[in-house]
Design a protein around this ligand. Structure first.
Ligand code: DAK
Length: 266
């Protein structure tokens, strides 16, 4: 069904479109894929491409080499002044918000260290699948700063205040299995099976209606940030809207006729 492969080269990323999946490989392996402004801009531009490319149904972020991402590029901090620091902070934050609100499902395939801004990037994704040797943390406090790509807010929502405060205020790293235990990681797998398991997970999303997945994601995210009465209202309004789509008719008809649905995203 999805058969094209396209590889796009960028300075800080490798990008592949294959079988309905848009792959974003953070590609500064000698710097453990540390995030600089160029990387922020390149991720932003490739996501804009993925967003309008109907062949892309799921986006996967991962890292080249032994790390997912060791955080923001500390070496560039020395050169920042008020204006450039502000720009970096603004662009980084806008990118994480864009990833979180992205119309299509996003997965962080964590293949090693996910620290600082790297963990914040993973937290902006919908799902996190990690190899068992991965180490996670928000060590910014050790540099005399604190997380600035949404970590102070997203980690609390993911794991609750006590654990989030411990992770951010001690700067301690945790192992992937501990991350799974506290709800930060969806699934821990062996290093060898990381890609296979991530693809298995992505395959479940690829079977669904992309349109209904987008609506559902939107309601979960915006509802989570609103008083429950508003979230519940969005849910029922959206539920009504779904009945004007072809995919709803296809899904119900397929069930009643004991066949597999063929969703078109309409
Ligand atoms: N930035 C720049 N370079 C890094 C880096 C980083 N975050 N992490 C590693 N590298 C570089 C190392 O300097 C080294 O470079 P060379 O010396 O070879 O040139 C190379 O990557 C390999 O690293 P190591 O030699 O250190 O490798 P090890 O296996 O020995 O150690 C490690 C791996 C992950 C334990 C270690 O590299 C490490 O502790 N890295 C730093 C981790 C960290 O502190 N991360 C948090 C960064 S601060 C903001 C928004 C967001 C942020 C801040 C502000 N605003 C909105 C304002 C986020 C901040 C952060 O993420």
């Amino acid at each position: 069904k999805y058969l094209f492969i396209e590889i796009l080269d960028m300075e800080t990323l490798d990008v592949k479109k294959e079988n309905g999946i848009g792959w974003i490989y953070l590609n500064r392996p000698d710097k453990l894929n540390a995030i600089n402004l160029k990387m922020i801009n390149e991720i932003d531009s490739i996501l804009k491409d993925f967003e309008t490319d109907n062949e892309i149904r799921v986006v996967i972020f991962t890292g080249k080499g032994k790390a997912f991402c060791a955080g923001a590029d500390i070496s560039q901090f020395k050169e920042l002044n008020t204006m450039t620091a502000w720009n970096f902070a603004r662009k980084g934050r806008e990118l994480m918000d864009y990833i979180e609100r992205f119309m299509k499902p996003t997965i962080a395939m964590i293949n090693g260290y996910a620290l600082g801004g790297g963990l914040e990037l993973a937290m902006a994704c919908d799902f996190r699948i990690a190899s068992e040797d991965s180490m996670l943390g928000l060590p910014e406090i050790n540099l005399g700063i604190y997380p600035g790509f949404g970590g102070t807010q997203r980690l609390v929502r993911l794991v609750g205040k006590p654990k989030a405060m411990e992770i951010m205020m001690t700067g301690d790293r945790i192992r992937a299995d501990e991350g799974e235990r506290i709800g930060l990681i969806n699934k821990v797998v062996t290093k060898e099976s990381l890609e296979e398991e991530t693809l298995k997970f992505a395959a479940k999303l690829l079977e669904k209606s992309p349109l209904i997945l987008s609506i559902l994601k939107n309601i979960i995210l915006y509802g989570n940030d609103s008083p429950i009465v508003d979230g519940l209202n969005m849910e029922s309004l959206g539920w009504g809207y779904v009945f004007s789509t072809e995919d709803e008719k296809e899904g119900v008809d397929a069930f009643l006729n004991k066949r597999k649905p063929n969703f078109k995203g309409k």
